[in-house]
Design a protein around this ligand. Structure first.
Ligand code: OXD
Ligand code: MN
Length: 594
């Protein structure tokens, strides 16, 4: 590999004094043996990939079956985001708010610089320039990540617009987010993901898991993004963005917030069932939306990412056929199982269960094994360009106008299949009080219901009460705000079975949502919001779906709802001194309607 001394970056790097000074300072701190400035080229990808294979960081998969695909195995102690080790280091604890971990910036810098001192001795520092958003977008932001992980350098190339394009956007005096990542010895005792919003800086140490270390994603696009969005009057949200095209060519765009590992990627890439011949869903983004009011008073959204970092287990030709095509090329898999012929396998994949394979830790696995072959939070990182359903608008710097915002959680009870908010403020209340069962995307127990406002609990970079206030204020900047909806694909009947088949069939609910936005579908006024009439959701051609099942999926149990309102108190108490009064009024109104 060609390495360059710190003082001599490649020729395409702009003469940006603050960039050079900061990189030199970090080199002095971390003391890498080599410094490599990434340019994002194809040749660079090949060189770095070959080095990663040689170093055992990547395992080459069967290139005939999976061209350009590799497997990475993480340290078993490092398989998910760690919320308790994620910090927002604002000047005051109040600015970070009661839902974030806070440390004073000075104390955190001291601790982390202490850990980073000399941490790259014997290693290479990769200087990774990246762009979140597309060139020419008013929302685009440049970041530079200094990392000693070749896996991170290669993954950033998939997940962002990485390389020369970022240097060109930065120019000689542009703003950029500083990011430092040191793997250290991948030890949870020395693991911190720290954000310094006032300095536009991120430092992550002690991990190599995507959500903790691909700094453009959760750290910049959501935590720092949400902080900046409040100041600059835009929104950074944990939302997929999709386009719905009707057989007559009518196009509508919706953005949807579901917590991690609750099906955002599947929903964004949905293929409509046969009954919806002529309808088409296209993907603008699968995880993050940056949204800004446009000159016509509508809310416009871009996907700041260039790739998808999706959950693998459960993905198959029924749950997400497009993802199966997407991840058959140019993909880095993390923590899936490896079959003897160099293919990958996971629980829920199409086809037969292999007679034997190596599990996510490289141990022999057979169907008799007690543990799972693939880690429940195993992931694929794949370029969005390989998505057969990619919306051409995914590269449009102006974004797409959003007609509907959808909130959804994983709830076995209470929440009906779909309902619509009465208005924007009610919609903000629905988003603010949403809850979901925890998943393997974050370390800790799974399956526990917790409040996850707007699916942003782990990602809001400032005080959640101010975040709600920002949502309420955005209404004033919108002449035609999106309609707000709530969905729950995960409700169960008394027999413990899901009441709704989900996946591609979600098109049926989506059509009702789009029709509501276009003023074409009737609805009942209920205590919780507008709901479809009993035949409002088209179930034609849905096998094994008696009308009673839909009635149950849409039913409201007022006792459960009363308990729900009481459970919301936990969050409201926590935020009480910062909570906008509008949300307290909404709660009172709901109680009186119930
Ligand atoms: C993700 C997450 O990886 O939300 O997108 O954890
Ligand atoms: Mn996510």
């Amino acid at each position: 590999m060609t390495t360059a001394p710190a003082s001599q970056p490649k020729s395409g790097v702009p003469p940006h004094a603050a960039l050079r000074a900061w990189v030199n300072e970090m080199i002095e701190l971390c003391q890498p043996d080599h410094v490599y400035w990434c340019d994002g080229s194809e040749a660079e990808k090949e060189t770095l990939t070959a080095q990663a294979v040689e170093a055992g960081v990547l395992i080459e998969l069967n290139q005939e079956k999976l061209p350009g695909c590799y497997l990475h195995r993480s340290n078993p102690n490092d398989v998910a985001r760690v919320e308790e080790l994620t910090f927002i280091c604002t000047r005051t604890p109040e600015a970070a708010g009661p839902t974030n971990n806070w440390k004073a910036p000075r104390e955190m810098y001291e601790k982390l610089y202490g850990l980073a001192r000399g941490a790259m001795r014997g290693r290479t520092m990769y200087v990774v320039p990246y762009l979140m958003g597309m060139p020419g977008s008013p929302l685009a932001k440049v970041g530079v990540e200094l990392t000693d992980s070749i896996y991170v350098a290669l993954s950033m190339r998939i997940m962002t617009r990485m390389g020369q394009i970022a240097w060109d956007t930065l120019g000689a005096d542009g703003r950029f987010t500083k990011g430092l990542h040191c793997m250290l010895d991948i030890n949870p005792e020395r693991r911190y993901i720290a954000h310094f919003p006032q300095d536009n800086t991120i430092i992550s140490v002690g991990s190599n898991y995507g959500g903790n270390v691909l700094l453009g994603k959760k750290c910049l696009a959501l935590r720092l993004g949400s902080y900046l969005g409040r100041i600059e009057h835009w929104m950074a949200e944990h939302m997929l963005i999709l386009g719905v095209e009707s057989p007559t060519g009518e196009k509508n765009y919706v953005a949807a917030a579901f917590p991690s590992a609750c099906g955002k990627t599947n929903f964004a890439m949905l293929i409509p069932p046969k009954h919806f011949a002529g309808w088409k869903i296209t993907t603008v983004g699968d995880d993050i939306a940056w949204m800004k009011p446009g000159p016509n008073g509508r809310l416009y959204a871009i996907n700041p990412e260039a790739g998808y970092f999706g959950v693998v287990p459960g993905t198959n030709s029924k749950s997400n056929p497009n993802a199966m095509v997407l991840m058959a090329r140019d993909t880095i898999y993390t923590n899936v199982a490896l079959t003897p012929d160099g293919d990958v396998w996971w629980e829920g994949k199409d086809g037969p269960v292999p007679e034997q394979c190596l599990d996510w830790q490289g141990r022999l696995w057979t169907p008799a094994s007690k543990e799972k072959a693939a880690h429940p939070n195993s992931r694929f990182a794949a370029p969005m360009a390989n998505n057969p359903a990619l919306a051409p608008e995914a590269n449009d710097p102006h974004g797409v106008p959003i007609s509907a915002l959808i909130f959804g959680g994983r709830r076995a009870t209470t929440l009906p299949l779909v309902f619509q908010a009465f208005n924007w403020i009610h919609g903000v209340y629905i988003g603010a009080t949403m809850a979901s069962e925890t998943t393997a995307a974050a370390a800790g127990a799974t399956g526990q219901v917790r409040r996850d406002p707007m699916a942003m609990l782990p990602f809001c970079g400032y005080n959640m009460g101010d975040y709600f206030r920002h949502w309420l204020r955005m209404r004033k900047l919108l002449k035609r705000p999106p309609n707000v909806f709530c969905v729950n694909w995960f409700r169960k009947g008394a027999d413990g079975q899901f009441l709704w088949p989900g996946y591609g069939e979600n098109m049926r609910v989506l059509k009702w949502i789009v029709d509501r936005c276009r003023g074409r579908a009737p609805a009942w006024e209920t205590p919780v919001g507008w709901m479809p009439e009993s035949d409002g959701i088209d179930t034609t051609g849905l096998p094994d779906y008696p009308p009673e099942k839909m009635t149950e999926a849409l039913s409201l149990n007022l006792e459960e709802w009363k308990r729900e309102v009481l459970m919301q108190d936990e969050l409201f108490f926590k935020l009480y001194s910062d909570l906008p009064k509008e949300l307290i009024f909404q709660r009172e109104l709901l109680i009186s309607r119930l």
